[in-house]
Design a protein around this ligand. Sequence first.
Ligand code: PLP
Length: 412
Amino acid sequence: MTVTAAPELDVEQLRKDFPILSQRIRGKPLVYLDNAATSQKPRSVIDAVGRFYATENANIHRGVHFLSERATLAYEAVRAGVARFLNASSSDEIVFTSGTTEAVNLVAQSWGRSAVRAGDELLVTAMEHHSNLVPWQLLAAQTGAVVRAVPISDAGELDLDAFDRLLTDRTRLLAIAHVSNALGTVNPVRALVAHARQHGLVTLVDGAQSVPHLAVDVQELNCDFFAFSGHKVYGPTGVGVLYGRAALLERMPPWQGGGDMIEAVTLEASTFAPPPARFEAGTPKIAQVIGLGAALDYVAAVGLAPIGAREDELLAYATDRVSGLDGIRLVGTARHKAAVLSFVVEGVHPHDVAAVLDDEGVAVRAGHHCAQPVMSRFGVPATVRASFAFYNTPEEIDVLIRGLGRVRTLFA
Ligand code: PLP
């Protein structure tokens, strides 16, 4: 064993915050290495959601009764908290969505339908999650625009020369993952966004996989949009965030109509509320937003710097151990990675690998990780993906390694 916990974190103690981690699966201690799909929830998040339903539940914004006012205050306080978390300049720049997917679709359908014309080019990368690719393909089909993708190297890094070449006077948008969910690559988004902005592009950063691991400052990134999902950052499912630069949000039309997003409605026509309400039609995800607030408080209390340092150590340890095994090929060996180890075991389908590991209580993901173009790039149908959170331990990685040894024995 070469790794010790980052001194800042008392991991044994912190693990006790996550009730699910003490479970046994198939008689073995749970080793949860599927954090990129969704992370586990600390007691404070579970309790915040329960407490909301038990003591505060009411619909928000239009009620004049006590509970409605209290729920409204709590919901809006989380918006302010998210703005602080991302260092947005105003909470009006924070739109609650159901997740990263909805946030990207919102931008594609609202900004995109009003600003993109036939022949315009939308620049993505070849390592996008389908959530940051398919919405642009839909927009392209609706407008006659064209989607172009920055290719990736064998290591899983963006080809920056190609990026330069792909920027033309028709390019309107750069939509890019901060961290790749399939490869773990951390992209140099700050530099790419700066470059794109010099060319007058609108920029969207998909932060689904970065927010749990790195401190994000949207003013420093200087992107126009930034999206993330609550459930990957220790919060509930069903809630996410779209940060949008105020000047853009104000010009964008609604993309969904309904309650809460209007200013005045007649039978003939409607006028619309200013952002962020304009983009939150219908009863919002109130309890989930409350849970998200508790999750971000939890992350802030633990500290993103020690979280990131701890996960870097776990990734280095796992990379070292897995690469020492025969017949395993890592997919994604970028110099700068976060918390994701994707690999294939020669001659064994990733689903079989995951099934054997599951027998050992080890939860990993096997599949295309909603990134089929990445799989095609590396010539594999699927990979096994172990993804780490700060609460994982080197001992758990040892269990993974023993499980992989068992795979080799069973399929030799
Ligand atoms: N983008 C990336 C990089 C992701 O990893 C994911 C989920 O895995 C998403 C977008 C979509 O997130 P959600 O399904 O929470 O909307």
